[in-house]
Ligand binder design. Structure first.
Ligand code: PHE
Length: 332
């Protein structure tokens, strides 16, 4: 059968399933090469007929099995080619979307970080899943302090929790024991809260400055916060109100004159003319004791990024930052 080797050769060289189908028809079709051989059987003498028929059947099976293998090879190859050519890159810029700068929380984060990096602070990150020691104990929050309440903090078990503030990063940094310390720590924090001004996950930026004894004092803290808040909110009045945090002594809460009514009194500032924006203080000696630092002084402050974003953009429901509603996000 002169055609046999030729067709096998063609099959092995074939590179497309549709060409393979043509080859199949060339052999097995109505007027196909092998079909013809079978029809010719009737012209063969009876004594060799059986032998020839057997040979033809063997050839038939051989070609069929070669075709099946080749077909699955080609199908796989073509599928891979298709997948390759139709790959969708979801990160590709799509010019039909309206141009956006970014998420308001990120914009405020960047603005805050820019300021402090310019003031020679370095960035420090810490784990979101924290232990009791770094979140409370070392921060002078003894057992049974109300802030440890299950109602405020998400616990995994007795000792592990989702950090309710960025202050554990203070402790981790001081534990390294290198002075001076001049860090800010931005990141997510978690509390069991949900209403217009609270969400179970939100973001804080914590700052910590520590140096040799008497090098760092409240005046340094006051100076940098006044400069920073003016940078963030422009022409505002600032006041320090004495307050309490277990990890700072003395402590203060800082208010700015209401950015909406300029201090005249409105709904947002509950007619006080003032808005509370952050907590701060001189690091309590018990905190230094907990991390084994002696003869040092320091200040710390912490702020809520969502609160800053709400005040900067006049957004009145904090939850809308997390709803990924394009009608809100497109405005940034
Ligand atoms: N950790 C405090 C909070 O989450 C903020 C704070 C940080 C206050 C540092 C004082 C000093 O509310």
């Amino acid at each position: 059968m002169e055609w046999l080797n030729e067709i096998l050769n063609e099959i092995s060289k074939c590179s497309q399933t549709k060409d393979l189908e043509l080859l199949r028809l060339k052999v097995f079709g109505k007027k196909g090469l092998l079909t013809n051989e079978f029809s010719n059987l009737k012209n063969i003498s009876d004594d060799s007929k059986k032998q020839v028929a057997k040979e033809l059947n063997d050839i038939k099976q051989k070609i069929e099995s070669i075709l099946t293998t080749k077909k699955s090879e080609l199908e796989e190859f073509e599928l891979n080619q298709k997948i390759e050519s139709q790959k969708i890159d979801v990160s590709l810029f799509n010019s039909s979307l309206s141009p956006m700068y970014g998420h308001p929380i990120n914009i405020i984060f960047d603005k805050i970080i820019d300021y402090f990096v310019g003031m020679d602070f370095s960035l420090k990150y810490g784990p979101l899943v924290e232990d009791d020691f770094h979140s409370f104990e070392a921060l002078n929050l003894p057992k049974f302090h109300p802030a440890r309440d299950m109602q405020d903090t998400f616990y995994f078990n007795d000792s592990m929790l989702l950090r309710p503030h960025t202050s554990p990063v203070q402790i981790r940094t001081m534990e390294e024991g290198k002075l001076p310390i001049r860090i800010i720590s931005p990141g997510a924090v978690f509390r069991r809260d949900y209403d217009m001004t609270h969400s179970p996950m939100f973001h804080q930026v914590e700052a910590l400055v520590v140096d040799k004894d008497k090098e760092v004092n409240f005046a340094n803290l006051k100076y940098i916060l006044e400069d920073f808040l003016t940078y963030m909110f422009g022409d505002i009045k600032i006041r320090f109100r004495s307050s309490f945090f277990p990890f700072t002594e003395p402590s203060a809460e800082v208010d700015i004159s209401c950015v909406f009514c300029k201090g005249a009194g409105c709904r947002v500032c509950s007619n006080t003319g003032w808005l509370e924006v952050l907590g701060c203080g001189v690091v309590d000696n018990n905190v230094f004791k907990a991390v084994g630092l002696k003869d040092v002084s320091g200040y710390a402050f912490g702020l809520g990024v969502e609160r800053f974003a709400m005040l900067s953009y006049g957004v009145n429901d904090l939850r809308s930052f997390f709803e990924t509603d394009l009608r809100l996000l497109e405005q940034f």
